[in-house]
Design a protein around this ligand. Structure first.
Ligand code: ATP
Ligand code: ZN
Length: 738
């Protein structure tokens, strides 16, 4: 089947778990596959993956239609704020205020009447339960204003016989009116409306935190045309490979590589770190970062909507819908809890009066209180707000979490596997020495420059850190690389290529052993204490070993500290996996305080080791940067990529990406995750505790309707603020500040 574009819809009102489950209820019977649905709650966007299916978009639309939610085709560039009229933006606030004022007025009127006309039946109509027409009208206006936005949802839930919180509230209000409790009815309507207002405000806050990220891209890019003119165009229109000029103080419009100039760049929008980073020719700059004092010309490497920043924004806004475990729990809990309380409310209303001849009035009242308590408001609101706040705050600190599911994992880790090169070390090795075999009769003997020009030729075709170091070194020695053809990479081992029609191999000892019986003399030369802990790259032609390049990659300063922090936070076991040879691996492992080392691994070996660790320890995180790490990242419980220097393959497969290669972000992430979990737990416990208290009080006859709803709104308010605290956490909170 041909690959098909996904179906994208803007769904009005798609901002919480309720609508998501509504949509799932209609769409899943059709699609049969939950992973086809992506909900972007921040932008109210639904994406349906139609690849390899035969569904027509009409079928999907019809299913969306059945939910009763309004929808329209998705238009990418319309930031929804602008397309909404001010009524749409503020109607919830206006209606809540109206509801509150009318409730208050009604209460004042009612009290006034009770004062001035005691027992005077003139104005009091008995069908209004003892209040005057003006008071009743005021109350009704207030109640309608409070509930009007949820009426369609309540109606839907009634028709499908799945009581939800909207229905509960409407029934409670109608019931309260029926027994003449006007003030209570109005209070319930107002406070329920207030809770929903709080919910949409808090989601809105997280949304604004993200749109503040979006504002980091400038509206225009200064493209240098060949004629030398500068054209100011929208970054969307700039093709890959264009030359763009960045003036001092400008924001970088697109991702690219510096072609000329040097400047300090503030990368905080991407990395969360506002320490300026010096960029020189050949360095990568990111859209959204801020140029310092120098003028730079860059060659663009990505289109505007594929830039790193654009990807961050996309991932964060889609992350909200990949539901965290606790969100799923709350959703399931609410789906059981609400109907149960609904039925108990019915029983409470019917059983005591019918069987025990108790007073109808008081038991109807208690059953209404139960209905209000049944509303899972605080619970349903708090968890998504916590998760989104946690994701947004992580993104601000340069930690990109690709879904709510992954926010809870770092807290539950048992073991961690680190890759060596680029993760524990800087991944920027430099050539320490070049060793050529001694002259032997009959064999080819190259001088160092000839050797380097061959090595650099092959290395220039690869982005492997060791290759980059070799190219760099050749350049410094002013050696011109030859030109290599037919280059093939052998993952975890090295590269094959042909130069001048002869074929060469270059890579690890393993590769050497694949190619030749080996070269005694060379192995002896590099097995000395001086070189033992260096990484080696060996160049050969057929049976001949032409020479060895020895490289050293400094270990990251904070590696040891990070490993010990992780250990003291409860990680049982820390391993290191590397493709490099044993002694080089051991040097780094010793310096970082790693428990055990697996060296000379091919990518598939890394997968196997991680698999075994998962079996032995449970939840295992793999942290890596290279193409050779990607498969292992995928099978670990949690894959974390070093994003700054990492390969696209690693970044794509990982669940979490560290935008700066700062290892300290890993303990930070674990803390952040623990904090998020504990806030979610606090919220759930608190919300349920309040409910439980009120259930008991209701049966004892102490709870009143307005107190029940006030407690619910109060609880919502508290859990929301508790959740929003997550937006404020700073990385490592200064304890490692330099
Ligand atoms: N493109 C290449 N150029 C030169 N040597 C290479 C290349 N690719 C692999 N090698 C050789 O194979 C070995 C293993 O490479 P691999 O990429 O699997 O891991 P690594 O870079 O050593 O470290 P890590 O697994 O810790 O990231 C290297 O040490 C090197 O000797
Ligand atoms: Zn690596």
């Amino acid at each position: 089947m041909p690959s098909r574009a996904p179906l994208q819809r803007k769904i009005h009102g798609l901002d919480c778990a309720e609508e998501v489950s509504l949509l799932k209820r209609e769409l899943l019977p059709l699609l049969n596959d939950e992973s086809r649905l992506t909900f972007d709650l921040l932008r109210a966007k639904l994406t349906v993956d139609l690849n390899d299916t035969t569904f027509s978009s009409e079928q999907i639309d019809a299913a969306i239609q059945r939910t009763g939610l309004r929808y329209e085709p998705w238009v990418e560039s319309s930031p929804d704020e602008n397309t909404q009229s001010s009524w749409q933006k503020h109607r919830r606030t206006i209606l809540t205020v109206v509801s509150g004022i009318c409730g208050l007025l009604g209460w004042l009127l009612q009290r006034g009447e009770a004062h001035t006309m005691p027992d005077d039946g003139l104005l009091i109509d008995s069908s209004l339960h003892g209040i005057s027409l003006p008071a009743a009208t005021t109350f009704i206006v207030g109640i309608v204003a409070g509930l009007i936005l949820v009426l369609p949802k309540a109606w839907r839930s009634l028709r499908s016989l799945r009581p939800d919180m909207n229905l509960l509230m409407c029934v409670a209000v109608v019931g309260a009116i029926a027994i003449g409790e006007w003030v209570e009815a109005a209070t319930v309507a107002f406070l329920f409306s207030l809770s929903l207002l709080l919910e949409s405000w808090s989601i809105g806050r997280a949304r604004r935190a993200i749109s503040s990220l979006m504002q980091w891209t400038p509206p225009t890019a200064r493209v240098l045309a060949e004629c030398g003119h500068v054209h100011e165009v929208s970054p969307d229109e700039v093709p890959i490979g264009s030359t763009v000029q960045i003036r001092p103080g400008d924001k970088v419009p697109l991702d690219g590589i510096v072609k000329s100039g040097t400047s300090d760049i503030d990368q905080s929008p991407i990395t969360g770190e506002s320490i300026p980073d010096e960029k020189i020719v050949g360095d990568t700059v990111y859209a959204g970062t801020i140029n310092g004092d120098g003028v730079l010309t860059i060659q663009t490497t990505k289109t505007a909507d594929d830039s790193t920043l654009a990807r961050i924004i996309r991932m964060v806004s889609e992350a909200g819908s990949k539901r965290a475990a606790s969100e799923q729990w709350v959703e399931k809990f609410a789906a059981i809890y609400t109907p149960i309380v609904f039925i108990s409310a019915l029983l409470v209303m019917l059983v005591p009066p019918l069987l025990l001849a108790a007073s109808w009035e008081s038991w109807i009242y208690r059953s209404l209180v139960l209905l209000v308590i049944a509303c899972p408001c605080a619970l349903v609101i708090s968890t998504p707000v916590s998760v989104i706040s946690a994701l947004t705050s992580a993104a601000r600190h340069g930690v990109l979490i690709k879904g709510g599911v992954f926010i809870e994992l770092p807290a539950n880790l048992d073991a961690i596997a680190f890759d060596k090169t680029g993760t524990l070390t800087h991944g920027a090795p430099s050539v320490a020495d070049v060793v050529l075999p001694e002259q032997q009769p009959g064999s080819t003997q190259l001088d160092q420059d000839e050797f380097l020009s061959l090595a650099a030729a092959i290395a220039s075709q690869s982005s492997h850190p060791l290759s980059l170091a070799i190219v760099d070194y050749a350049k410094k020695q002013q050696v011109q690389p030859q030109s290599a053809a037919d280059v093939t990479a052998i993952p975890g081992k090295g590269t094959m290529a042909s130069i001048d029609g002869r074929s060469y191999w270059m890579g690890s000892r393993r590769l050497m052993h694949d190619q030749t019986a080996g070269c005694q003399q060379i192995t002896q030369r590099i097995d000395t204490p001086e070189y033992r802990d260096h990484s080696v790259v060996i160049l050969g032609r057929g049976e001949d070993v032409l020479g060895v390049i020895l490289l050293r990659d400094p270990i990251r300063k904070n590696a040891k500290d990070v490993v010990s922090k992780l250990r003291s936070s409860g990680i049982q076991h820390v391993s290191m996996l590397t493709g490099d040879h044993d002694s080089a691996a051991q040097r780094v492992a010793d310096a970082a305080g790693i428990d055990d080392v697996h060296s000379q691994l091919l990518p598939e070996d890394k997968v196997e080791v991680v698999g075994l660790m998962v079996e032995e320890y449970g939840n295992v995180a793999m942290i890596g940067d290279g193409v050779n790490d990607a498969p292992a990242l995928a099978i670990a419980t949690l894959g974390i990529a070093m994003g700054g220097s990492g390969s696209d393959a690693a970044i794509e497969t990982a669940d979490i990406t560290l935008m700066t290669d700062d290892l300290d972000l890993i303990p930070w992430l674990r803390d952040h995750s623990l904090r998020t979990l504990s806030i979610i737990r606090q919220n759930i416990t608190f919300a349920l505790g309040i409910k439980f208290l009120f259930v008991v009080m209701t049966f004892l006859g102490y709870a009143s309707l307005w107190a029940a709803i006030a407690a619910d709104t109060g609880a919502s308010l508290l859990v929301i603020f508790n959740a929003l605290r997550l937006l404020q956490t700073r990385p490592s909170d200064g304890e490692n500040a330099i």
